[in-house]
Design a protein around this ligand. Structure first.
Ligand code: BTN
Length: 259
């Protein structure tokens, strides 16, 4: 997985591990020790891979891509403490960047708010962004897991992989997927840190799995209608009534038969 990457910054400093509890934990520790902007941690396997809301991220050896990048947003500002509230939608920007990287293999990949990448309604990748404060300076780590070579998943995970989606013999190596993902991420993050979510909203909405779709949120049926400037999802109840913001609740895509 090591080797020269075509990126300008992301991954130019790179630690690869055969096994880690979690690449996010290692990247957060490295950030605390002063890792530079763009420092990358990858692992062949994770023994305690984490997802959003403390969920487990299955990380079998050699099958998925498990990667975490240290970001120093001050680099995009030319100084300061390095955090602005208009960057609260960082996880959405990361999803869009990964999508850009992956579209050469799976052009149909869609963004399910807030942190999933789906192909044919099945999860291909997930994003976990974490911030720790050292005084007034933010250490930001963006972690992502991409299912690459797995041939099967427990049905209840509703997951897929590049190997499942692509014709036999055409699945890329994890190192190729890593480079493509980081290239996509680098382009999108530049736009996002300059202009916040509004700078990428058009591209994000164009690939959204939830806009215009029937959803279930907190047991209520609703339709996704768009995203606010801070990346919150806006939905309208299917039964009628005003639209409302969704900030952190789980969102489910309704099956076509559910309407
Ligand atoms: C989710 O879908 O809830 C997010 C999954 C994020 C998994 C990645 S794998 C690399 C990094 N290290 C972790 O422990 N988690 C993230």
């Amino acid at each position: 997985m090591e080797g020269r990457l075509a990126t300008a910054v992301l991954g130019q400093v790179h630690e690869h591990h055969a096994s880690l509890p979690s690449s996010n934990d290692r990247a957060l520790a490295w950030a605390r020790e002063g890792a530079p902007h763009g420092a990358l941690v990858t692992a062949d396997e994770q023994t305690a891979g984490r997802g959003r809301l403390g969920r487990r991220w299955a990380s079998p050896a050699g099958e998925g891509l498990y990667a975490s990048v240290v970001l120093r947003p001050a680099e995009y500002l030319g100084g300061g403490t390095g955090w602005s509230p208009r960057w609260s939608a960082l996880g959405l920007a990361v999803g869009l960047g990964l999508r850009t990287g992956l579209e050469r293999w799976v052009p149909e990949v869609r963004l399910k708010w807030p942190n999933d990448l789906l192909v044919h309604r099945r999860k291909l990748a997930g994003v976990l962004c974490e911030t720790r404060w050292q005084g007034s300076t933010a250490d930001v780590v963006v972690g992502f897991g991409i299912n690459v070579a797995q041939r099967e998943f427990p049905e209840e995970l509703r997951a897929t992989s590049l190997a499942i989606e692509l014709s036999p013999g055409t699945c890329p190596e994890r190192s190729e997927v890593l480079e493509a993902a980081l290239m996509g991420l680098e382009g999108v993050l530049g736009r996002f840190f300059a202009g916040g979510f509004p700078a990428i909203r058009g591209a994000y909405e164009a690939h959204s799995a939830v806009v215009g779709q029937a959803l279930t949120i907190g047991g209520i049926a609703a339709e996704g209608v768009g995203f606010d400037d801070d990346g919150a999802l806006r939905v309208r109840p299917l039964g009628g009534g005003a639209s409302r913001r969704v900030e952190s609740e789980d969102v489910w895509l309704r099956e076509p038969a559910e309407g």
